[in-house]
Design a protein around this ligand. Structure first.
Ligand code: OFO
Length: 176
């Protein structure tokens, strides 16, 4: 059974994950209309993943005697000055989400809720991966800058990251 404090904190994270999904969906749309299909596919995949993160929390809350709240979301930015700026925002957002997960983990310790603490370890590991990936991509795009040829190759490269990630997700055992 969840305490009210934990239920509220988990519901806050539901909103954070839902907003992450919307942010990446908006980025996918912008990349798509700018003609970078590889980047768009990568962002669509990121958006789907964030929705899964949200659903995993929703189900956990409901199964543990709480009630998951589906709330209004903050509208994401829909245009960017450059791909560099967009990937910087993606990176910064992942750092923000990691902080939010850490706060949540901290509350579970304060409340002595070890079941929720255990459940959240999956998110801690996921954030390490996502931050590392965002950093790798950001470093690459910072090297490329505004170079059109570089951006073309980057678009092809990132397509491989997306294909590899979805292939390993389909062969890997279920993450939960
Ligand atoms: Fe939900 O994993 Fe990124 O933000």
């Amino acid at each position: 059974m969840l305490s009210k404090k934990i239920e509220d904190a988990l519901n806050n994270q539901v909103k954070v994950e839902a907003e992450s999904s919307q942010i990446y969906l908006a980025m996918a749309c912008w990349a798509e209309v700018k003609g970078l299909e590889g980047v768009a596919d990568f962002m669509y995949a990121q958006s789907d993943e964030e929705r899964e993160h949200m659903l995993k929390l929703v189900k956990f809350i409901n199964e543990r005697g709480g009630h998951a709240q589906i709330s209004a979301l903050k509208a994401p930015g829909v245009t960017f000055n450059s791909f560099q700026e967009m990937f910087q925002l993606l990176h910064d957002h992942e750092v923000f989400v990691s902080g939010s997960i850490n706060d949540l983990v901290h509350i579970t310790l304060e409340e002595k809720d070890y079941a929720t603490h255990n459940f959240l370890q999956w998110y801690v590991a996921e954030q390490i991966e996502e931050e590392a990936m965002a950093k790798t991509i950001l470093d690459k795009i910072n090297l490329i800058g505004d170079d059109k040829g570089g951006l073309y190759l980057f678009d092809r490269d990132i397509q491989q990251i997306t294909t590899r990630a979805s292939a390993s997700a389909s062969v890997a055992p279920a993450k939960d």
